[in-house]
Design a protein around this ligand. Structure first.
Ligand SMILES: Nc1ncnc2c1ncn2[C@@H]1O[C@H](COP(=O)(O)OP(=O)(O)OP(=O)(O)O)[C@@H](O)[C@H]1O
Ligand SMILES: O=P(O)(O)OC[C@H]1O[C@H](OP(=O)(O)OP(=O)(O)O)[C@H](O)[C@@H]1O
Ligand SMILES: O=C(O)c1cccnc1
Length: 488
């Protein structure tokens, strides 16, 4: 088989150059093996949505399992000028840390740890770029897909985005994320092969153009394909496309499974209503109307308000490119590091913007679910040694506006982190993508509706425990004193 000029034998160099440069400093100073804790989180929900759907764990684990500089990686680093002693060391590096993570399909919110990495400093540092890359993209697309699903409700959504995705990797990993967010299928055949997800599709205008008539194209398609969806808008939707689809379906009867038609241009509300009438009158009340053409949650909501008669939505560009917000800004910050005496010390990143000040220390995050309503009261970030699941009453307060607080009783505290790697041992088995989808769906039932509306949702509380808050204040004060001493 022909090999691609761009095939690579490792993903380990999928990192920013500065990570390798920092790794070299750590190694040269002998601090590379100090234990460090990093957390991955975002500060703002994407699309103005009320929640995000966490995705990307399975690929992250795959990447970490294979984390090892290949010979060609080392040869390339040699070309860049790195010295032999450091290169020999890099050849020995593997991922040996412990990772806790949300599982895919978990609801995630701003300023809570999605992933927590405890590892020798050099390892935790080198993996930053790749794991942010994976989680940022897949979480973004799963969230966009979920937003779209919120408006399409029980109607089926098909993912059609490959041709418009930001290159090939984005097409397939985006297709995967779309399934987690609630989509039923992808048009990308490689995504189907790699992830075992359903592939589905219709046909393009080219087919009709090639046969020069709707009639010949539909007949020809039906010769080789039992399941038929005919694209009806190449010449004239209501005068040619729909009547011809009906004619061919009648002529072929049981020889085909006439699933329906696809509309891809014009006034979708009007055309879908007219097409529905024509299909019903012709005796095809079960024929589906599939639509596509630059759709997203806004156009779909609007089309529904106009009474569009659509059974299946085909969605490409605006989903796969996260058109209205092309990046999720998750960051990866150090929260604790071992000192020269072998003791863990918390670290903080100060910012003039209160919301950007990191929350130091090894932490957990819990979802506090009211036992009576079954609904979530908010997420609760604690220090790792706290056990809210054993408490009967907790105080939750806003991490910035601390005067906003509440006491909660009669709750279940669900730990949102699962240990996925234990000292280099991979201990987590990913469920299937449809299990992840179902998990996301079940999680959404725990949210009050006001957090789920696509426009101006209420802000879901992500609160700190008292201990976490006190620790943060202590760290801020220490940082302040350190700067003051420097100023003197
Ligand atoms: N009834 C409708 N209300 C609101 N938006 C609609 C309606 N019908 C279609 N749209 C959306 O309008 C957008 C633009 O459609 P437009 O009419 O420009 O393209 P088109 O008819 O597909 O033309 P072309 O033949 O060039 O593809 C698309 O995003 C489409 O989904
Ligand atoms: O509109 P999107 O949400 O991005 O969905 C994918 C689009 O890709 C196809 O169009 P294209 O014009 O590329 O090819 P076609 O000839 O099959 O219509 C398809 O008809 C959809 O309109
Ligand atoms: O199968 C389809 O109808 C399809 C696939 C990709 C893009 N647009 C449509």
């Amino acid at each position: 088989m022909k090999t691609s000029k761009f095939a690579d034998d490792s993903l380990t160099l999928h990192t920013d150059l500065y990570q390798i440069n920092m790794a070299e400093s750590y190694w040269a100073d002998g601090i590379h093996d100090r234990k460090a804790v990093f957390e991955l989180y975002f500060r703002k929900l994407p699309f103005g949505n009320g929640y995000a759907i966490f995705a990307g764990l399975e690929r992250m684990l795959d990447y970490l399992r294979d984390f090892q500089f290949s010979e060609s990686d080392i040869a390339y680093l040699r070309e860049l000028g790195y010295k032999e002693d450091f290169l020999s060391y890099l050849q020995t590096v593997r991922f040996t840390g412990t990772v806790h993570s949300m599982v895919e399909g978990e609801l995630a919110f701003a300023n809570e740890p999605l992933v927590r990495v405890e590892a020798p400093l050099v390892e935790a540092q080198l993996i930053e770029t790749a794991i942010l890359n994976i989680v940022n993209f897949q979480t973004l697309i799963a969230t966009k897909a979920s937003r779209i699903k919120q408006v399409t409700a029980d109607e089926v959504c098909m993912e059609f985005g490959s041709r418009r995705a930001q290159e090939m990797d984005a097409a397939i990993w985006g297709a995967r994320a779309a399934i987690i967010g609630g989509f039923a299928s992808t048009s990308n055949v490689r995504a189907g092969k790699l992830f075992g997800i359903p592939t589905a599709g219709t046909h393009a205008h080219a087919l009709v153009q090639a046969y020069k008539s709707d009639y010949d194209a539909f007949h020809s398609y039906a010769k080789r394909h039992k399941d038929c969806v005919f694209l009806v808008d190449t010449y004239n939707t209501l005068k040619s496309g729909v009547p011809t689809a009906i004619q061919v379906a009648k002529e072929l009867g049981d020889k085909i499974n006439f699933i329906g038609i696809r509309l891809d241009s014009g006034d979708i509300a009007f055309l879908s209503k007219e097409a529905r009438k024509m299909l019903d009158e012709a005796g095809f009340p079960n024929a589906k109307i599939i639509v596509s053409n630059d759709l997203d949650e806004y156009t779909i909501l609007n089309l529904k308000a106009q009474g569009a008669r659509v059974d299946i939505w085909g969605i490409g560009t605006k989903l796969i490119t996260a058109y209205d917000q092309p990046a999720l800004g998750a960051v990866y910050k150090m929260v604790s590091i071992e000192n020269e005496h072998g003791k863990m010390e918390d670290t903080i990143k100060i910012s003039a913007n209160a919301e950007k000040v990191s929350t130091p220390g090894l932490k957990n995050v819990y979802r506090i679910i009211d036992k009576e309503t079954g609904k979530s009261e908010g997420d609760y970030v604690t220090m790792a040694d706290e056990t809210p699941q054993n408490e009967t009453r907790i105080k939750m307060f806003h991490p910035v506006h601390t005067f906003v607080s509440k006491f909660v009783t009669n709750f279940e505290a669900k730990n949102l982190h699962v240990k996925v790697i234990d000292n280099g041992e991979f201990v987590y088995e990913s469920p299937s993508l449809f299990e992840m989808q179902q998990y996301a769906y079940n999680n959404l039932n725990v949210l009050w509706d006001e957090y789920k509306r696509s426009l101006n949702p209420e802000e879901y509380p992500v609160d700190l425990s008292q201990k976490c808050w006190d620790n943060k204040m202590r760290n801020i004060e220490e940082a302040r004193q350190m700067v003051e001493q420097l100023e003197q």
